[in-house]
Ligand binder design. Structure first.
Ligand code: PLP
Length: 474
C-alpha cells in the first residue's frame, strides 16, 4: 500500500515533469524561497510558491488515516498542471464535474476507470463526451437526470447522491445538490423501471466541514439506502463519502480526528469484506497548504477607514496609532484573481510580511486591496500592520484551494504565476520509484514527524485548527 507502489502502477515518473522542479531542502522556509524568486524577478508580478512535498505528505496522511477509502481528487479545487500531474502520478482517482475536466485529466494519462463524473446535473453534450471518453461512473439526485441518462448513456453506472448536510461548513452544498432521503425510494423505482444500473450512494457533507458528527451521520444514512436498494433488487457496491476534509497547514490534527470517526463508522456499517468499494472526493485537503501566494504592494494611501465595511477580526490588542487615519495598501492580486476565494469560498485569508519587523514596531489600522478599479476588490478591510512601503512583499499561506481555479484576468491583470518546488527527500522518493530500487522509504520524513505529532486518538483537542503542525514551514 505504499506510496511508491501506487506510483509505480501509473505513468512513468521520468516523463511526468516532476523532476524538473527546483529542489529545496526538506525543512525549507517559504520565506527564503520567496526572497530568492524575488531577487530574480524583472517585474513585481505576484506569484505562488507550490510545495510539491506538501501534497505528497497529504497523500501519505490520507493512506495512513483512511486506508480503505480511495481518494478521487476534486479537480475543481485546483486544476493547475503541477497538481493534476502529481495526482496522476500518485495514482489517485479524479472527481470531474464537466467534459472539460474529464478531457484535462485524461491528458495526464489517467484512464477512464479512475474518474467519477460527480455532477448530479449534467448537460446532454457533456454526458455524450463522458460516454465517448469511457467515463461511466456518475452521480445523480433527481429523476429528470435519470431520463436524460437513459437517452444518452443507458449503460452508465449510477450513484445516487443523498443530502447529508453538516451543521457547520464553510460552503454548504445541500441547498443545491443531494436528494432528500425520503425521495430516494422514488428515484430508485424510476431507475429500476428504466432498467438503469444504480451501483451505490454518494454524499457531500459540505466543503470545509467542521461538524465532526456529519460523516458518521451520513454513513449511517447511506447504510439505510443500501438496505433499501437491496430490498428493491439492486446490488449496491460503492459508497462515495465525498469531500469536506480540512486542508490548512494547521489542520492535520483536525483531519486525523475526523478520519478516526469515519473509520469507526465505516467499520460498523461497511466492514472490510462487505464487498463495498469505498471512495471519496477530497479537494481542499490535498492542496490548501501547498500554495503560498506572494504579492507586492503596488500602491499606498492614507484615508479614514471607518467607511470600510468590517467583516474580519482585526487581530486584537496592539499599539495602533490612534490618531492615524489608516493605511490603504494595494497589492497585485485581488478578489477577481486568487482572492476570489474570499467571495466564493468564504475564505478568511491571512497576511504575513515577507520581512520581519521588531516587536516594538508601531502598528497601524490598515486595509488591503486588490489591483482592479472595483471597490469590491478588498482583501482585508481591517487589519493592523506596520507602516509598509510600495515594493514591500506580503505572503498569503494556505491559498491552494478554490483560488487559481476560479481566478480571472478582469481589468487586464494577469493571473499569478506558479513556482513549484520539490523538497529533496520527496524527489529521492520519486527517483527511487523510477529506479525501482528496493531501498524505498515507506513514508517521507515529514509524515513521520507529523504522524507522531497528530496521533489517532478520539479525545484530541480540535481547538479550531490552532494546533501546531510541522507543516507550518512559512
Ligand atoms: N465533490 C463535489 C461534488 C464537490 O462539489 C466538491 C466541492 O464543492 C468536492 C467534491 C470537493 O470538496 P472539498 O474541497 O471540500 O473536499
Amino acid at each position: 500500500d505504499s506510496l511508491l507502489a501506487a506510483m509505480r502502477q501509473t505513468i512513468a515518473v521520468r516523463d511526468s515533469g516532476l523532476f524538473d522542479y527546483p529542489l529545496v531542502d526538506d525543512n525549507f522556509k517559504v520565506r527564503d524561497v520567496a526572497n530568492e524568486i524575488i531577487s530574480g524577478l524583472t517585474s513585481e508580478d505576484a506569484f505562488y510558491i507550490v510545495d510539491i512535498g506538501s501534497i505528497i505528505t497529504k497523500f501519505e496522511l490520507w493512506k495512513k488515516h483512511l486506508p480503505r477509502v480511495e481518494p478521487f481528487y476534486a479537480v475543481k479545487c485546483n486544476e493547475t498542471d503541477c497538481v493534476l500531474q502529481l495526482m496522476a502520478t500518485l495514482g489517485v482517482g479524479f472527481d470531474c464535474a464537466s467534459k472539460g475536466e474529464i478531457q484535462k485529466v485524461k491528458e495526464f494519462g489517467v484512464s477512464a476507470d479512475r474518474i467519477i463524473y460527480a455532477n448530479p446535473c449534467k448537460s446532454n453534450s457533456h454526458l455524450k463526451a463522458a460516454a465517448g471518453a469511457g467515463v461511466d461512473l456518475m452521480t445523480f439526485d433527481n429523476d429528470a437526470e435519470l431520463y436524460k441518462i437513459k437517452q444518452v448513456y443507458p449503460s452508465a453506472r449510477l450513484v445516487v447522491r443523498i443530502r447529508a448536510d453538516a451543521d457547520e461548513a464553510q460552503c454548504p452544498l445541500g441547498i443545491k445538490f443531494g436528494a432528500d432521503i425520503q425521495v430516494v425510494p422514488h428515484l430508485l423505482a424510476v431507475a429500476a423501471n428504466l432498467g438503469l444500473n444504480v451501483v451505490g450512494v454518494s454524499f457531500h457533507v459540505g466543503s470545509g466541514c467542521s461538524d465532526l458528527a456529519a460523516f458518521p451521520r451520513a454513513i449511517e444514512a447511506s447504510r439505510a439506502i443500501f438496505d433499501l436498494a437491496s430490498q428493491m433488487g439492486f446490488n449496491f457496491s460503492l459508497l462515495d463519502i465525498g469531500g469536506g476534509f480540512p486542508g490548512g497547514e494547521r489542520s492535520s490534527a483536525a483531519f486525523s480526528q475526523m478520519a478516526s470517526l469515519i473509520r469507526l463508522s465505516l467499520d460498523e456499517h461497511f466492514p472490510e469484506g462487505s464487498g463495498v468499494r469505498l471512495i471519496s472526493e477530497p479537494g481542499r485537503f490535498f492542496v490548501t497548504s501547498a500554495f503560498t501566494l506572494v504579492t507586492c504592494i503596488i500602491g499606498k494611501r492614507q484615508a479614514k477607514l471607518e467607511s470600510v465595511k468590517v467583516n474580519v477580526d482585526d487581530g486584537g490588542d496592539d499599539n495602533r496609532g490612534e490618531d492615524h487615519p489608516g493605511n490603504m495598501y494595494y497589492v497585485n492580486d485581488g478578489v477577481y484573481g486568487s482572492f476570489n476565494c474570499i467571495l466564493f469560498d468564504h475564505q478568511v485569508v491571512t497576511a504575513k510580511l515577507l520581512h520581519d519587523y521588531d516587536e516594538g514596531t508601531k502598528l497601524y489600522q490598515s486595509s488591503v486591496w486588490g489591483p482592479t478599479c472595483d471597490s469590491l476588490d478588498c482583501i482585508l478591510p481591517k487589519v493592523t500592520l506596520p507602516s509598509l512601503e510600495i515594493g514591500d512583499w506580503v505572503m498569503w499561506p494556505d491559498m491552494g484551494a478554490y483560488t487559481v481555479s476560479a481566478a480571472s484576468t478582469f481589468n487586464g491583470f494577469p493571473k499569478s504565476v506558479l513556482h513549484p518546488v520539490i523538497p529533496r527527500s520527496f524527489r529521492a522518493m520519486l527517483k527511487s520509484c523510477e529506479d525501482e530500487t528496493d531501498e524505498i522509504p515507506v513514508c517521507s520524513p515529514r509524515l513521520r514527524t507529523l504522524s507522531s505529532s497528530c496521533g489517532l486518538s478520539l479525545d484530541m483537542d480540535l481547538d479550531d485548527g490552532k494546533l501546531s503542525s510541522v507543516m507550518d514551514n512559512i
